[in-house]
Structure formats: structure tokens, C-alpha cells
Write a protein that binds this ligand. Sequence first.
Ligand code: KIV
Length: 273
Amino acid sequence: MAGYISDNKKKITTHTLAEMKQAGEKISMLTAYDYTTAGIVDRSGMEIILVGDSAANVMAGYSTTLPITLDEMIYHGKCVTRAVNRALVVLDMPFGTYQGDSSVGVASAIRMIKETGVDAIKLEGGEEIIETVRKIVNSSIPVMGHLGLMPQSINKYGNYGLRAKDDAEADKLIRDARLLQEAGCFALVLEKIPAELAERVSRELDIPVIGIGAGGGVDGQVLVIQDMLGMNNDFKPKFLRRYANLEEVMTGAIQAYIGDVKSKDFPNESEQY
Ligand code: KIV
């Protein structure tokens, strides 16, 4: 069977992802937050680009995802959609824009879609936000769920450790995953949970399950681009595979430039008018 990457240059939709799950083809997903990077990711053949609220950490330098605002996420969403032709673009709903009144959640989601042109939104949680998920789906906005480690709940748990380790937590996660599928989510992210549990959820659900720190038994994988490119080498969770050491490459290039400026090697005659 031919793969989607090799012979399908058409825009990726939620239907493409459903077909990929049915065909057993793994789905690739990566974050991006700006125009230049998103263009590179899209032209590389990524199926899903996530404008994650991890922008709070890797773009803005906050220690949690909680402070990033709706306006800031909309700004990042706009930067990314201007660059992307093929990938499905998903924008994270920031903390505080959907956890309470469901009509506020729907209004936030509509603003995100209308002002950015992203294809879908993602939010964290299960039963507690299910009414909001249903209403957003009923507004014809594709919704991606997110269970397991939910960084927006950091103050509830107090750490970013492995989630769903005990039976009660695992049972709740399975129930929440089913509820999200029933509410109409087109896909689900599972973050930092035991691989066996993630595989079970992926097997039981019809919608694609994308994992981060959830093992290889799910339907696809997602990473934060700064992490997989090695731009912040202090962050080294077990699940992270580094595909480059951009911190080293960038530092070397920047130091070479400083040296050339100081030695008057840059600019030379061919680099001036
Ligand atoms: O915000 C984000 O980057 C995410 C991924 C880690 C899944 O939610």
C-alpha cells in the first residue's frame, strides 16, 4: 500500500487521519509556533502541526503553560497558518479559556478558528470539560483531546511525572478517552502514561491516538520541535529522542560571526555595495 507521504500532496484533513489509522499508517505530529519554522516543518511532510501552548515555555520563557493568553495563542496560530499548505494545523486552547462556562469555551474556540485559519483546536481534560467539547464540536470545529499528563493542571498535581500509574487513574483515563470519542473528538493526545495503557486506549478507540512519552503502540507521535532539534539540552526526559544538536550548531555559528565581526573579516568586498 502506498504511503500518504510519498504519493499524497493534498491538504491533510481529519478524514485523512482517520484513513491513516484504518490503514495502520503512523501519524507524525510536531509543534511549531512561527512562520519560518512552520514552513520548514510543512515542506518536510509532517501530517499535523501543533501550535502548542508549550509556546509559553519554549517561546516566551515561562516555567509553566498557564500564563499564555488567548491573544498570544492567536498570534502564534496566525504566524503558522501563513506558512502551511499541507499539514493539518491544530491550535491549543490556553488555560482559562474553556475550563469554566461552556459558552465561554465555545466563544474562545470560534475566535481561534476565525482569526487564525487553523483547522482544529486542542484542549486538556476529560469528563470535567465534556459539555464544552460537545458544544465546540457542534459548532463544526474539529477538536483534539489531551489526557494523561496535562501541563495546565500542574498546580493540581505539583509535578510533571508519569500519569495513570495506578488502576483508579488508569480506569479514569480509559473512561475519559471513550467520552471524548463519543463527544466527537477527531483525535486524542496521550502524554506521559505507561505504554501498555496507551496501546490499550489506541486499540479500543476508533479515532487516532497520538502519543508523547506513551510508547510505540499508539497511532502516531508528537514532540516539541525545540526538544527534538536539541535547542534546549537541559531538558532530557526519557521519552525524548534528539535528532540534532542545534544548540551546538547555533552557538558555533553565532560565535564564528562574532569572531568575524571583531577580526573585520565580515563583511568582505563581495558582501558590500
Ligand atoms: O503544548 C504542547 O506542545 C503539547 C504537546 C506536548 C502535545 O500539548
